[in-house]
Design a protein around this ligand. Structure first.
Ligand code: HEM
Length: 460
């Protein structure tokens, strides 16, 4: 029989529940405590489960390379079953997962990005028309809908966004509420019931839309058209339920995370005015009096890219990633039994002083140099690395560039803290005050979306 030897257990667990309550209430504090007590590998007791936490590039590499081999991703996302179904995406067998993934990946290719820039400009312009030249807003309350409109418009087309987008925005939000990583899905609590109701409604709407697109294809192909007609390699049509779930996955996965990251991004910039001055000077140099932002411009705007990477490091909204052991294995001097939960915790690993110099300081310039592989993991890694990472970075770069070019912002809550609890690590409710700059240039003005409605998918 194999002996089991877990890494050291973090002190302070309670009888029966162990660290479960702390993990639910203040996961960041608990994960940091583990690192302070025991370094880069330690064990948490979560009720009946043992969870081994691994921190740092070497362990991240193991975690990502062993996913779908020694480590299982399904167990880590139990709420996926409730939100989609037990065969969808990585919950199904590996072959169906890769077949489903291949349906969405081509639309995130680099060649697709210029079309998305126009949609991002258009949506940001509408947002700026809505908020006007002066006022205050709460970051998540405004960035949430904006990001969702961009996703709906990019993936489902302008018609969808105009006719249905506003009405079903709340349904998408309610559907997302069901993605609770901690509470068991059978609990009859209102948010889960609302989520299931919204899911049913969305399935009805999206199913109808897919059928319409099959019967009367739009002339200018977009992602939805391509998806509606897609087939597997063997020529078999992709089932409606899979298509609907893929759309829901994209809108959900791209919403909470991006809204949180961009909010932290603006907070970080406003807290670091010296760097932001440099960023604005670079904008001035590259953009001058231009009235339209292009991919070529964005490539030259390095500071915003580095700043968003530094935000990914300091405030990774996906602060912990979950797997479980498919079998007992030996690793790093320990023997870890089958079914043990395995976590990595980017929020803590990104602050390790032997990986990032002066880890608590906001120093975006560090990303002008290549960093060690697997050191920055806010978007995951390996096969399951975020499918939308290029889209998300593009979106955040476009939004912040336009907004900072047009407005002066002031942070009303000077030191926002991450939300407590186990969900996506958004900042706590945080307001900014904004005012049109004296020399404001609106880089989104005059954008016409006719071109981007034709966002061709590279399949065709
Ligand atoms: C700031 C924004 C985002 C962050 C921080 C983020 C983070 C992540 C992370 C950490 C994973 C890997 C999870 C794991 O290994 O357990 C992931 C996977 C994924 N993300 Fe994102 N994401 C973001 C935006 C997006 C967007 C915009 C989309 C699509 C529109 C998207 C679609 C996906 C999908 C489909 C997966 C699953 C990949 C797979 O297993 O094949 N994400 N994301």
């Amino acid at each position: 029989m194999t002996s089991t030897q877990y890494p050291p257990v973090v002190k302070g667990g309670l009888p029966l529940v162990g660290h479960a309550v702390s993990f639910l209430k203040k996961p960041l504090d608990l994960l940091k405590k583990g690192y302070e007590e025991h370094g880069d590998m330690y064990t948490l007791k979560l009720g009946n489960d043992n969870a081994v936490v691994m921190l740092g590039p070497q362990h991240h590499k193991f975690f990502f390379n062993q996913t779908d081999k020694l480590l299982d991703i399904k167990e880590g996302y139990p709420f996926f079953v409730r939100m989609f179904n037990e065969h969808f995406y990585f919950l199904g067998d590996y072959e169906s997962y890769t077949a489903q993934r291949s349906l969405i990946i081509p639309c995130f290719k680099n060649t697709q990005m210029p079309d998305y820039v126009d949609i991002m400009l258009y949506e940001t312009h509408r947002f700026m028309q809505k908020i006007g030249d002066e006022g205050e807003f709460d970051l998540l309350s405004e960035f949430g809908p904006l990001v969702m409109n961009i996703a709906a418009h990019s993936f489902l087309g302008k018609d969808f966004r105009e006719k249905l987008g506003v009405g079903i925005f709340d349904d998408f939000r309610e559907f997302s509420e069901g993605m609770d990583p901690v509470l068991p899905g059978w609990l009859p609590i209102p948010k889960f019931m609302r989520s299931q109701k919204a899911k049913k409604k969305l399935h009805g709407i999206l199913g109808k839309l897919i059928k319409e697109r099959r019967q009367s294809p739009v002339e200018t192909r977009d992602f939805l058209q391509t998806l509606s007609e897609s087939t597997y390699e063997n020529g078999k049509a992709v089932e409606d339920e899979v298509l609907i779930n893929l759309i829901l996955l994209l809108v959900w996965a791209g919403h909470e995370t991006t809204a949180g990251h961009i909010s932290w991004g603006l907070i970080d910039l406003l807290q670091n005015p010296t760097f932001t001055e440099k960023l604005l000077a670079q904008q001035q140099e590259v953009l001058g009096k231009k009235l339209h932002l292009t991919m070529d411009d964005l490539k030259q705007l390095k500071h915003i890219d580095h700043a968003l990477k530094e935000t990914e490091r300091l405030h990774p909204v996906a602060y912990v990633l979950f797997r479980s052991a498919n079998e007992t294995f030996d690793y790093n001097g320990y023997t870890i039994p089958k079914d043990t939960k395995i976590f990595i915790a980017p929020w803590v690993a990104h602050l390790m002083p032997d990986v990032f110099e002066q880890p608590n300081r906001f120093m975006p310039e560090r990303f002008a140099q290549k960093q060690e592989n697997y050191s920055l993991v806010g978007f995951g890694g390996g096969v399951h690395r975020c499918a939308g990472v290029n889209f998300a970075y593009l979106e955040m770069r476009v939004l912040l560039t336009i907004l900072l070019q047009y407005y002066d912002f002031e942070l009303m809550n000077k030191d926002p803290q991450p939300l407590k609890g186990a969900k996506t690590k958004w900042p706590e409710p945080t307001k900014v005050r904004y005012k049109k700059r004296a020399n404001a240039v609106n880089l989104a003005e005059g954008i016409t979306i006719g071109k981007s409605v034709t966002n061709k998918c590279p399949f065709h």
